[in-house]
Ligand binder design. Structure first.
Ligand code: ZN
Length: 72
């Protein structure tokens, strides 16, 4: 199960959560302020590209979709 990063539009807190593929955060609730519906954040941190280098240079390398339409 992949780790996705979400940002709460209510309090601005960033959260990392284990979510099923395709999770967009609509059904998630912020544990800090209780705001329903979190915004998904696409970060290299969540996909493991923090300090690896190289791997993240391919654009869609960390994307599970078929193309950039699903990750950009
Ligand atoms: Zn919040």
């Amino acid at each position: 199960m992949p780790i996705y990063e979400f940002k709460c539009p209510g309090c601005g807190k960033r959260l990392e959560m284990l979510s099923s593929m395709g999770e967009k955060g609509n059904g998630l609730v912020c544990p800090a302020c209780g705001h329903a519906g979190l915004a998904r954040v696409f970060s290299t941190f969540a996909t493991g590209g923090r300090s690896e280098g190289g791997k993240s240079s391919g654009g869609c390398a960390g994307c599970g979709g078929k193309g950039c339409a699903t990750c950009h």
